[in-house]
Design a protein around this ligand. Structure first.
Ligand code: SF4
Length: 480
């Protein structure tokens, strides 16, 4: 065991640690080369960076937090909005300076922007040595070997099979308590505003037994929470060619929850057209499957939902929300919302506002429409809502969501709830941060006799629109 050495830590503190933060060596996997990685975008991208770290560890690369001491600089990119791509270009300017300071340093671009731009990236960005798409990370060792010979490399082939099921992720940015597990890749939906089907390819579900093995290993290592990841987890469907055994999302949830009563199970992202009552009843049947569902609505207007090709309308969505609250009364729902989509009228904007109020979301990711090249919307519709209107509508949705979140939190004041201690509060090192089953952040004063990873019963005394405040009463029945 080493003394914790910050220079070996990845940006975002993403190194292999146990709960005490001690660095753990993977026997025979740490070599004399180092890589520095920055990850952007969705949880899938952060989970992919852990796959990349594992593939690199197998060829002797270990992680560093210092860009200036790295042999390899990587950026795992997002392409969901123009702003996300602007961020990548700004980071490349910084990497360029690092490369000039340390000639021989290699630079690689990974993820959705790499997949969207392909070889254009090599043409536009001279400092880039490798462009690697989300399904081509196994090719990194070969691309690196060529790049070390001065040969720039690219692999942006999308796959219909690749799930990296046999690659044991290197846990990055880990608090030793919660971890992501990707259960599927790609997306078969074709929402008209979205680049994901073009950057991550067709849907494929991972072997459930490799998911269970990964979750069991985490549980044995002391992790207390896993989040099952997919662009649309509700369409998870795996079947065994010979035995004909098939596993859908509801069954997979149950199989993971059976690993241990004190292993919390979360998942993201759900799709309103595919979420079934079977999934809802499975959540209700397991105390350790969290009462929280992220259910993107995108718009409250059926006409706009049809233009977005979301394949459900306002009524269908509301029926799903009613079913969630009927089957799991304490469930919290969060959402994704886009304002100012092509052709959106003021009246349709008000339908989105009324949906936020009616659904009672605990929080939402809210953005104004950003046209993405190559998408159905970019080809079919004029981006005709002016920027000022997009921003004004976004501000109105954010304001309303803040009020709705606060009302939801106010109903929790006075309650006692089970919290999983995850780490220190960002704002005070004399306070802990944790979350309840509804995925709400709770801040409480530190107390002796408790530690990160404990389940504790907390009495909620106050709240803001984003955070609950409370005091630890005792260890909960599930605390080890
Ligand atoms: S469900 Fe729609 S928005 Fe989500 S990743 Fe798939 S295409 Fe994109």
């Amino acid at each position: 065991m080493h003394k914790y050495d910050k220079d070996r830590a990845l940006v975002d503190r993403q190194i292999l640690t146990d709960r005490q933060g001690e660095v753990m060596d993977r026997p025979g996997r740490v070599g004399d080369k180092s890589f520095y990685i920055e990850s952007y975008g969705c949880q899938m991208n952060f989970a992919d960076s852990e796959i990349v770290a594992s593939i690199l560890a197998d060829i002797g690369y270990s992680a560093t937090a210092s860009m200036d001491s790295a042999d390899l600089i990587l950026i795992n990119t997002c392409s969901i909005r123009e702003k996300a791509e602007d961020t990548v270009r700004k980071r490349l300017r910084i990497f360029d300076k690092a490369k000039r300071r340390r000639p021989g340093t290699l630079v690689g671009v990974l993820g959705c922007m790499a997949e969207r731009l392909k070889k254009k990236f090599l043409e536009e960005e001279r400092l880039v040595d490798m462009v690697v798409g989300p399904d081509a990370y196994r090719d990194l060792p070969a691309l690196l070997a060529s790049a070390e010979e001065g040969q720039k490399g690219i692999n942006v082939l999308l796959s219909r099979e690749e799930t990296y099921a046999d690659v044991a992720p290197v846990r990055l940015n880990s608090n030793g308590v919660s971890a992501f597990i990707s259960i599927m890749r790609g997306c078969d939906n074709m929402c008209s505003f979205c680049v994901v089907p073009f950057t991550r390819g067709r849907e494929r579900s991972r072997d459930p037994y490799s998911v269970i093995a990964e979750a069991s290993q985490l549980y044995e290592q002391g992790y207390k929470e896993v989040t099952l990841l997919g662009q649309n987890v509700d369409s998870y469907q795996w079947s065994h060619e010979e035995s004909g055994e098939s596993v859908n999302f509801a069954r997979l949830l149950g199989l993971v929850a059976d690993i241990g009563p004190d292993l919390r199970v979360r998942f993201s992202t759900s799709h309103p057209k595919d979420i079934t009552d079977e999934v809802l009843h499975t959540i209700a049947a397991y105390r350790n499957i969290c009462d929280y569902i992220h259910l993107p609505v995108q718009s409250g207007s059926s006409r706009i939902l049809s233009r977005m090709n979301r394949t459900y309308d306002r009524e269908w969505y509301m029926e799903r929300v009613e079913s969630i609250y009927r089957i799991i009364p304490d469930c919290a729902i969060s959402s994704d919302i886009i304002t100012g989509f092509c052709g959106e009228t003021e009246e349709e904007h008000r339908e989105t506002l009324s949906m936020v109020e009616w659904a009672g979301y605990t929080m939402s990711y809210m953005f104004y429409y950003s046209e993405r090249p190559g998408t159905l919307a970019a080809r079919k519709y004029e981006d005709d809502v002016d920027l000022a209107t997009k921003k004004r509508r976004l501000a109105e949705v954010i304001d309303l969501q803040r009020t709705v979140s606060h009302q939801h939190n106010l109903r929790d004041v006075g309650k006692t709830m089970e919290i999983l201690l995850e780490g220190r509060s960002k704002k005070s090192d004399r306070h802990w941060k944790g979350r309840n089953s509804q995925n709400k952040i709770v801040i409480m004063p530190m107390m002796d006799g408790y530690a990160i990873g404990d389940y504790v019963d907390v009495k909620i005394s106050d709240t803001t629109s984003a955070t609950l405040l409370g005091d630890i009463i005792q260890k909960s029945q599930y605390s080890s």
